[in-house]
Design a protein around this ligand. Structure first.
Ligand code: SF4
Ligand code: SF4
Length: 465
């Protein structure tokens, strides 16, 4: 993107160890507009995650991914395995949403809304409250372990584990109703699977947000690897204005310097960075666009009496003095496609036939001759009511020969019922002209016959006996 290059370093392949151990990052606290956005945005997402699982809808958990029954309940909508394509389409829309945001403002999702970032900010907050600010933590890490230090670290890890456990319970609560899960947990009556996933998500949260932090974003997250292909010279990114900042150099507040730019080389933008990079080296894939460095530098600029914005959200074109176009055709293209896809999804859901029928033939005896000479085939119907309210349905068959349907032609299915119904089809032996006749089983709503589902099957004649 930019003509700037980070200076190449000569390395000796014989003596260079390709493994680099992690250098601990001591993140400094920062205040400012973007921190407030992250704080309130994160609090909202946190409340959503921990709150929605407790909502009730029609006497059951409002959002409940019931895997054993293969039913996904999302408020009034129940999705079944038959709705797999619909779910896939919804996920594709989410992916397009991410493309749209990335084209517009780079990795802004990572900095503000990604669970890894939100939970890491919370863990950092706990760390600061228990162990003190950045400089104290650096000093303490070089000291011998004292009783006070041990107590502080114990408190930090206990609080981290409490957050991790609460996160795991909530997550599992979306799959096993949380109002039963929590009492079962305290009476040690949870299932083996629930116990496994609770342990897994507690450990994953504690390790990812407490210990691995930026390494997840830098080394493990696939999005970090491919997001750069969505960037262009008009994408909003966090950038340092080197034309204004360089040559950098320290100075006293209020002292005019003519041979230096506005960067006073205080390093505070580096100290607040959760991934430990120096944004003055240019755009780097480690940057999660959290804007902590903007808040930090603006604060420094204000104290120095300079204009804020030495580090700011801007585009590569704007930095290079070229015209920039944030609202550009590519962005409109993604946006229009997303709106169109959301419209299709909404229509898909609203026009979805809330019934399904599956037909299984009796395996033991494909066809039998009755005492009066008629031919009989036996089937088992699997009738699915995909809504949560009872529905009365009609059953009928269509075929090229006259076939009698022996079984209930009208019945009421309970809400979310997946009902098995044995039925028989009987035809006059003389009517059967072919070894096999096609037959369609049709189920329709009693109060709306146009809403129907059809399943094809076969009627086996005498010659196959
Ligand atoms: S915070 Fe601003 S002034 Fe300080 S080193 Fe970073 S860019 Fe320079
Ligand atoms: S460089 Fe700035 S925006 Fe990027 S991750 Fe670091 S603090 Fe956040």
């Amino acid at each position: 993107m930019s003509d700037d290059r980070i200076a190449a370093v000569q390395v000796d392949p014989q003596s260079t160890d390709l493994y680099a151990s992690r250098e601990k990052i001591y993140v400094r606290r920062v205040k400012g507009l973007y921190r407030a956005l992250r704080l309130y945005g994160g609090a909202f997402l946190f409340a959503l995650y921990f709150g929605v699982v407790w909502l009730q809808w029609n006497g059951r958990q409002a959002v409940w991914f019931d895997l054993p029954s293969r039913e996904f309940h999302i408020f009034g909508l129940t999705l079944w395995p038959q709705d797999f394509t619909l779910l896939t389409f919804a996920l594709i829309i989410c992916a397009f949403g991410l493309f749209f945001i990335t084209v517009f403002a780079g990795r802004v999702w990572c900095g503000y809304a990604c669970p890894q970032s939100v939970w890491t900010w919370i863990y950092m907050f706990i760390e600061e409250k228990t162990e003190g600010p950045r400089n104290v933590r650096i000093r303490q890490d070089k000291q011998k372990l004292t009783q006070k230090l041990l107590a502080q670290r114990t408190a930090k890890h206990v609080l981290w584990l409490i957050v991790a456990l609460a996160t795991a319970i909530t997550f599992v609560g979306y799959f096993a109703p949380i109002r039963e899960l929590i009492p079962n947990l305290f009476t040690l009556q949870i299932s083996g699977w629930a116990a496994f996933w609770l342990f897994f998500f507690t450990a994953a949260t504690y390790i990812n947000a407490g210990w691995m932090r930026e390494q997840v974003c830098i080394y493990m997250c696939p999005y970090a690897r491919f997001q750069s292909v969505m960037f262009d010279a008009d994408t909003l990114v966090v950038s340092y204005d080197k034309n204004r900042g360089e040559p950098r150099g320290s100075r006293k507040r209020g002292v005019e310097v003519s041979d230096k730019g506005d960067c006073i080389d205080c390093q505070i933008c580096v100290q607040v960075c959760p991934t430990g990079i120096d944004i003055r080296n240019g755009l780097q894939y480690e940057c999660i666009t959290c804007a902590a460095c903007i808040d930090a530098c603006d604060d420094v600029m204000n104290k120095m009496g300079y204009e804020p914005g030495l580090i700011r959200y801007t585009t590569e074109n704007a930095l290079n003095g070229k015209p920039t176009k944030i609202l550009r055709p590519r962005l409109f293209g993604y946006g229009a496609l997303m709106v169109l896809m959301i419209g299709i999804l909404a229509a898909w859901i609203s026009l979805r036939v809330p019934l399904d029928i599956d037909v299984m033939r009796e395996r033991d005896q494909l066809s039998r001759v009755l005492s009066d000479g008629r031919i009989e085939n036996v089937y088992t119907l699997q009738l699915l009511n995909m809504t949560e309210r009872p529905q009365t349905v009609n059953l009928l068959i269509e075929s090229d020969i006259e076939i009698s349907f022996i079984g209930p032609t009208t019945l009421t299915l309970d809400g979310s019922a997946n009902q098995t119904l044995p039925v028989r089809l009987v035809a006059e032996g003389d009517d059967i002209t072919l070894p096999v006749h096609d037959v369609d089983f049709i189920m329709s709503l009693a109060d709306d016959p146009d809403t129907s589902v059809k399943q094809e099957s076969r009627f086996i004649g005498r010659s196959n006996l």
